[in-house]
Design a protein around this ligand. Structure first.
Ligand code: OGA
Ligand code: MN
Length: 300
């Protein structure tokens, strides 16, 4: 059966129907999904009551999985496979996490606009989030199209941003929400990573802003100037015309492209209301600066 595609936003975001992710996809089916992923950057699939193994198999079609290494909470008993990141507020027994839980506090930074794993030298290509239990109120996720946001910048600013490189650190975004409880081993495991501030799509040549609350500094700028620039750009890029906010239903699954979008959790009463979301993450092949060098070196 052929998939059907419904656009949900003028710039990005499409719903894909007539597909069952509990089944093994044919090459043609995955190719059709891939074409839509490249074009729309965020894809929603509804009514997918999938197992974790289904999600892992689907994820591997996009590329190699970044495992959850759990560097920041050694010894924690995982609720689900470490091929997935547990984005829930539940412990390994399925009970609500206690108030002072490190995982709860660490995850709170998901409420800041970000892109996944830009703090790794080779960052994430895409993430896949599935909804298993949703709270009665709140818990939406917002996405922003960084291609459309780049296109809308004044030409002069596009030129100024073109060659800038930024440092991303997971500990920086956590510090922003007041959580700093990481030991040296955790900090050594995930050192800051340097990325382009403007990305170029290797095939289409289309540019996009590569922003995240993980950005701690920009080369050649004072930290104050860098923070001011990042805040201004994030405010620009998350204006309503670039944003789609998703209200989850159980069985929803969303794939987003971390290279060309940002996202954030809109938050909910995570002390009283259960929310069981499971994320798988696919690694990109190359650091964004190395990719830009490759593109620059191509024969004209
Ligand atoms: C994530 C994330 C947002 C949410 O899993 O990477 O940012 O709404 N999740 O849970
Ligand atoms: Mn995220």
């Amino acid at each position: 059966m052929k998939i059907s595609v419904k656009k949900l936003h003028p710039h990005f975001m499409a719903e894909i129907d007539d597909i069952d992710l509990t089944e093994t996809l044919s090459d043609a089916q995955f190719e059709a999904i891939k074409v839509n992923f490249d074009e729309h950057a965020v894809l929603l699939f509804r009514n997918q009551l999938i197992s974790d193994d289904n999600q892992i198999a689907f994820t591997k079609l996009f590329g190699p999985i970044i495992k959850n290494t759990n560097y920041h909470r050694p010894g924690e008993i995982l609720r689900i496979s470490n091929d997935l990141s547990d984005v829930s507020n539940l412990d390994h027994n399925g009970n609500l996490l206690p108030l002072d839980s490190g995982r709860r506090l660490h995850s709170r930074a998901n409420r800041l606009w970000h892109t996944d794993a830009s703090f790794k030298h080779i960052p994430a290509r895409c993430s896949i989030l599935s909804a298993h239990e949703v709270p009665p109120v709140g818990g939406n996720t917002a996405f922003a199209d960084m291609r459309a946001a780049y296109d809308a910048l004044p030409n002069q600013q596009k030129v100024e941003l073109q060659r800038l490189t930024a440092w991303h650190s997971i500990f920086y975004s956590r510090e922003k929400i007041g959580y700093t409880d990481y030991n040296q081993a955790a900090r050594d495991e995930v050192p800051p990573a340097q990325q382009m501030l403007v990305r170029t799509h290797p095939e289409t040549g289309r540019k996009s802003l590569y922003l995240a609350s993980h950005i701690s500094s920009i080369d050649g700028m004072t930290d104050n100037a860098a923070q001011e620039l990042v805040e201004t750009l994030i405010a620009h890029a998350t204006q309503p015309q670039f944003v789609y906010e998703h209200e989850w239903q159980v069985g929803d699954l969303i794939v987003w492209d971390n290279r060309y979008t940002m996202h954030r959790a809109m938050g909910h009463d995570d002390i009283n209301h259960r929310r069981d979301m499971r994320r798988s993450t696919v690694s990109d092949e190359i650091n964004s600066i190395d990719l830009q060098k490759e593109i620059d070196n191509r024969a004209p």
